[in-house]
Ligand binder design. Structure first.
Ligand SMILES: [Zn+2]
Length: 201
């Protein structure tokens, strides 16, 4: 599996042209783990145009309808999607469930699901409706956790949907319920010392 994992810090320091150039060279790329970015369509378009075998995407942060539309438009054959520990709008989730016909594995464990009420306020969704559950039941694997007893869910509530990963154990962000996306020790490119030296926060 040809995999790329990018941290938020790294991503923010690369220019848009730099990312596009990199993607052009990743012809064999099959899997990408990335933080939420402001304008996702160009990344998805780059992946679609250059990485013919691309099949797995993991997003860390927030996932809205714009992001979901970019994924369904440019990567319609995506097989695995993990949104684990992300803030996800119900519109985005429905878009993914309804439009990604080749999707086999979806992970929305410990996500903060919400929709905008008519009064403009954010309404947290604590249970999936039957329509979403029915569509998800057709997937080979569907990982879903929303529980007050779960530590990851508790952290999501505490951080209001955008996890402050730096506050938690180093292994926490590398975990995934989807086996092929679980990094274990992979991705530990820098030691704590180096992280400190390169930190811009
Ligand atoms: Zn959970």
């Amino acid at each position: 599996m040809n995999t790329c994992i990018t941290s938020h810090k790294a991503w923010n320091r690369i220019s848009r042209a730099g990312i596009c150039q990199a993607i052009e060279r990743w012809e064999e790329l099959e899997s990408l783990t990335m933080p939420t970015i402001g304008h996702p369509p160009y990344i998805m378009e780059g992946l679609a145009n250059n990485c013919k075998n691309f099949k797995e995407l993991k997003i860390m942060g927030s996932f809205d309808l714009l992001f979901a539309s970019a994924v369904t438009t440019y990567l319609p054959k995506l097989k695995v999607l993990s949104l684990r520990c992300s803030k996800v709008t119900m519109g985005a989730l429905q878009c993914v469930l309804n439009s990604l016909e080749h999707l086999e594995v979806l992970n929305i464990s410990h996500c903060l699901l919400f929709e905008m009420a008519t009064n403009g306020r954010r309404q947290v969704i604590h249970e999936l409706d039957n329509k979403a559950l029915e569509r998800a039941s057709r997937l080979r694997e569907f990982h879903h956790c929303q529980s007050r007893q779960c530590v990851a869910c508790q952290r999501m509530m505490l951080d209001e949907g955008i996890l402050r990963w730096y506050r938690y154990e180093d292994w926490f962000w590398r975990r995934d319920e989807v086996r092929s996306l679980d990094l274990k020790d992979y991705g530990r490119l820098f030691g704590a010392q180096c992280e400190m030296l390169t930190s811009v926060d």
